[in-house]
Design a protein around this ligand. Structure first.
Ligand code: GLU
Length: 596
């Protein structure tokens, strides 16, 4: 057996045959995108199967797996492994994910959310009685949750995969060994990130001596990640959660120079992905299935949409192809009310009881009718209060708003009509800015998440506990909203979608569902629509995309508005009436759809 380093010297053409695995991966020659920012996309048709992901190399890996006879679960594993390499700012082995899977009969929700180590407590992000500055908490060992993505992948593959596990790693290993062309988005993410340069491994790997990031189109190999993936391919997730890789993760977390964390080998070894029941919510002709808590995504989306369905429209929802001020007002007011409930009630269900004992109380039509009736002609501003779903009294304190970013979404429909919607994250771009080489001593590796900053920093407010406070072994509340749509009458799959974007995932997904169901838009045009977001206070509208008249009309109703980039990363695949598929990828990112 040659040493790890020796194997790196073997001619690259021998690499795939050396693995001796069945899947014959053809390395695509996909050139990096020439532009960043908003780029029109055509939408893509396919007869029977399709995959949508945030990077063309990742989409292609899933496409090749599907073409080779793999199913949606096989494909999503190959896609995730490539994303961790080519889009390391958003997801990877060091993070967590929520995966919804429809196997042709049932929908299951696989929860690979990061967990808080056993040794932490509610004071994790407090110092001298004050919450840490957000970025100090992020770029630290304290923010790192026990990663869940790989255990999730292994669990869903054991239950539903069809191709051998090791085959699914061939695309990522090949690209990691032979190199891939750095995309515009990776380059810009590196250029814009100062905190990452403080991590020695990341600095040595992604930047030159002057601190300039690797250029667009330059070939980047990741020997450490290739070696780690090879071991995982051969030995399963134990190669990550125990041994050298686990030890290096622990070392990086507990030896963080400024703010060490408290993760142990035991935290890693005992991590388990949880299979949960999805929440499927009737919504006129559709049933919309989404992720239950610890994600707040589905409940908050369906509260917004449920309230809107009970509102008499103030004016036509679209004005010249853009959402009208009247519709936006109602959407934003419904968002304020839904976020008030979210911030009050939703947290890890293994630690926090649902109001009235069941999360469905928050979606009950009569409850939403009462909430909807609170929407008036004028904005309620930041005065939205939580309601009392299930008519119960609880004594939580609402969690104040915190920023969230990063993340990636994958949607797949396979030739048998099975479907995956998976949103996958390391939280912020480049997570905690801690890079692990898995103990290989080779260049590269993967980034560790900062998911624990999705917990409330302050464990209580005015003496009342916050539901989403830090507790040992708890999973932080998320906004991730992988979504599968079914026809209410026939039960047939209608579509798969989702997005990154922190708490704004909720608005991106809700508005896309409206456009798909009610406004005659397809899976591309629905994603192109401009965004508007409120987390309960001021309103952000997507920069340069709304007419002044719309913004003025919203201001007149009392909304405090500012323009900003709202970089969603929506992907959607919809089944058309003739049974074929049509997919879209967000014009704001590098994603594409491929299928046959
Ligand atoms: N950490 C966020 C969540 O779980 C996702 C971050 C993002 O989408 O940017 O909700």
């Amino acid at each position: 057996m040659p040493s790890k380093r020796m194997r790196w010297l073997l001619p690259s053409l021998l690499i795939v045959p050396l693995y001796g695995w069945g899947f014959d991966y053809a390395m695509p020659s996909i050139s990096p995108e020439s532009e960043s920012g908003y780029e029109e996309k055509p939408g893509w048709s396919a007869d029977s199967f399709a995959v949508a992901a945030a990077n063309p190399l990742a989409t292609d890996a899933g496409y090749q797996i599907l073409k080779a006879g793999g199913n949606a679960v096989d494909a999503v594993i190959a896609v995730q492994m490539v994303l961790g390499l080519v889009e390391p700012q958003s997801s990877g082995l060091g993070g967590g994910a929520f995966l919804l899977y429809y196997d042709g009969d049932d929908v299951r929700a696989y929860d690979g959310r990061e967990t808080a180590p056993a040794a932490v407590d509610g004071g994790l992000f407090m110092q001298d009685g004050e919450p840490l500055a957000f970025m100090d908490a992020v770029a630290s060992g304290r923010s790192v949750g026990v990663p869940g993505t790989l255990r999730l992948m292994e669990k869903v593959h054991a239950a539903h995969g069809s191709l051998p596990w090791e085959d699914l790693f061939v695309p990522a290993m090949t690209l990691a060994e032979e190199g891939f062309a750095v995309s515009e988005r990776l380059h810009l993410s590196l250029a814009n990130d100062d905190a990452l340069r403080n991590n020695e491994r990341a600095r040595d790997f992604y930047y030159d001596a002057e601190g300039e990031p690797i250029a667009v189109g330059e070939t980047l190999k990741n020997p450490a990640l290739a070696a780690i993936l090879k071991r995982i391919a051969e030995e399963g997730s134990a190669a990550f959660y125990q041994g050298d890789v686990a030890q290096d993760i622990v070392d990086q977390v507990v030896q963080h120079p400024a703010r060490p964390g408290a993760m142990t080998l035991d935290d890693l070894e005992s991590y388990d992905a949880i299979i949960r029941d999805p929440i499927c919510t009737p919504w006129q002709q559709w049933d919309v299935c989404g992720f239950p808590p610890p994600s707040s995504g589905h409940i908050t989306i369906m509260q917004i949409l449920g309230m809107l369905d009970q509102q008499p429209l103030l004016e036509a929802p679209l004005d010249d192809g853009v959402t009208s001020s009247g519709w936006l007002h109602q959407f934003l007011e419904a968002s304020r009310l839904a976020f008030a409930d979210r911030n009050y009630y939703i947290a890890d269900p293994d630690f926090v009881e649902a109001p009235g004992g069941d999360w469905s109380t928050m979606l009950a039509p009569d409850y939403l009718a009462k909430r909807s009736a609170l929407i008036g002609q004028e904005s309620m501003g930041d005065n939205a209060e939580h309601g009392r779903p299930g008519d119960i009294e609880t004594s939580w304190a609402a969690q104040p708003t915190q920023p969230e970013y990063g993340t990636s979404h994958i949607s797949i429909v396979d030739a048998e009509g099975r479907s995956v919607a998976m949103t996958t994250t390391i939280e912020q771009a480049f997570g905690s800015r801690i890079m692990s080489d898995g103990g290989t001593d080779l260049p590269g590796g993967f980034l560790l998440n900062n998911e624990l900053t999705d917990f409330a920093f302050e464990p209580e407010q005015n003496g009342e506990p916050v539901a989403n406070r830090v507790e040992p072994g708890k999973r932080p509340r998320s906004s991730m909203s992988p979504t599968l749509i079914f026809d209410h009458d026939s039960g047939e799959l209608v579509g798969s979608l989702g997005s990154p974007g922190g708490a704004a995932i909720i608005h991106y997904t809700a508005r896309t569902l409206m456009a798909l169901r009610d406004w005659g838009m397809n899976a591309q045009t629905a994603l192109n629509l401009p965004h508007a977001v409120t987390l309960g206070d001021d309103v952000w509208v997507e920069k340069g995309r709304f007419p002044d008249a719309t913004i003025d009309a919203l201001r007149e109703r009392g909304h405090d508005i500012s323009e900003r980039e709202l970089t969603s990363g929506l992907q959607a695949i919809m089944r058309l009436e003739d049974g074929t598929l049509f997919g879209g990828a967000d014009p704001r990112r590098e994603g594409v759809v491929m299928g046959d």
